[in-house]
Design a protein around this ligand. Structure first.
Ligand code: AVJ
Length: 325
């Protein structure tokens, strides 16, 4: 569904309202505990801010995962394709592809015929990815798909091994049930012998985790706040970001980091497009994101509940981060 808007006032690019976004905002901001699904962070500005987060000193996840993919790419490639001649690498939420280059290189080195299908919602990220692969691995067949990886899947020859990658701790944004649902759906696309690589953040010093979601430069706060700016842009809402603040928490009890936007005062926010208003009391929170941290036991449980076997779990030397195969 696309809502027709008042043509006189705004440029053509904002004419189409994302109906799924509208639905999620109405549901989330009408709930007793207000919430907004974290998948809406990633408009072009949000993806840019996330690229900035990945380079922050406190945000150890990207760097650590990259280290594993880089230092242990040969090991990974052996697990992925000890025998296979041809694989289709399908990456769910590829971003700019920085983390996948060395794995692709390792597969090619091993003589595997490899096609890479990165899927991402952000056109900007996919453009960066194409530029990167053009420069670093021009020989690799690249089939980018712009869209939601909950909905899109590439066509691949049945004789090729499918290797699905869900890296970057992206699964951590989903709760237990959503995770099992997504992984089961992935599993239903696969045959016995196909492979899933899951990049997951591990439980560790709670202070280190909290700092990753509450960085000293305030980039994570800006990333969280951009969600409100996006709603202002796309749904003509009137959030004043001066009147909200970023709050991050981590509980070692359940291994869940959570982010919120906190209303600094009593206020009402409106959307003309949605024809709604939403009231906030002072201190009221919008729950915007969860980032799950796992133990090895939790990884095994998740895999088994979704129809996978765990072949191996590869970690960095400090046991901060894991890639489960
Ligand atoms: C992209 C979901 C892995 O949860 O660590 C980073 C997003 N949010 N800082 C994460 C994020 C705040 C990130 N993931």
């Amino acid at each position: 569904m696309h809502l027709a808007l008042n043509h006189a006032k705004r440029p053509a690019t904002t004419l189409a309202v994302d109906a799924a976004l509208a639905r999620d905002v109405i549901a989330g901001l009408s709930a007793e505990q207000k919430f907004l699904p974290s998948k809406w962070f990633y408009d072009d500005e949000g993806s840019r801010l996330f690229q900035h987060i990945m380079a922050l000193p406190e945000y150890y996840l990207t760097r650590t995962e990259l280290g594993i993919l880089h230092n242990q790419s040969g090991e990974l490639a052996k697990w992925i394709a000890p025998d296979a001649l041809a694989v289709d690498l399908i990456e769910l939420g590829s971003g700019d592809g920085a983390k996948t280059v060395s794995l692709c290189e390792a597969l090619l080195r091993q003589g595997v015929q490899c096609t890479y299908h990165p899927i991402d919602v952000s056109k900007h990220a996919l453009t960066d990815l194409q530029r990167r692969f053009q420069a670093e691995l021009p020989a690799l067949p690249l089939r980018p798909i712009q869209g939601d990886y909950f909905e899109r899947w590439p066509g691949t020859p049945p004789s090729h091994r499918q290797v699905v990658m869900l890296l970057g701790s992206n699964l951590g944004n989903l709760n237990q049930k959503q995770s099992v649902d997504l992984l089961s759906r992935v599993r239903s696309r696969l045959l016995v012998g196909d492979v899933l690589l899951l990049g997951l953040d591990l439980k560790k010093d709670p202070g280190m985790i909290l700092a990753a979601y509450n960085d000293s430069q305030g980039v994570t706060a800006a990333f969280n706040m951009n969600l409100l700016r996006r709603l202002n842009r796309e749904l003509e809402m009137d959030f004043d970001t001066e009147h909200f603040s970023h709050y991050a928490s981590y509980s070692p009890l359940d291994g869940t980091a959570r982010s919120f936007l906190v209303s600094k005062r009593r206020q009402t926010v409106r959307s003309r497009i949605l024809d709604r208003e939403f009231n906030f009391v002072c201190g009221e929170t919008i729950y915007t994101e969860q980032s799950q941290k796992y133990s090895t036991e939790m990884i095994t449980q998740l895999a088994v509940a979704s129809g996978f076997d765990v072949a191996n779990v590869i970690t960095d030397d400090f046991g901060l981060y894991a890639i489960a195969i």
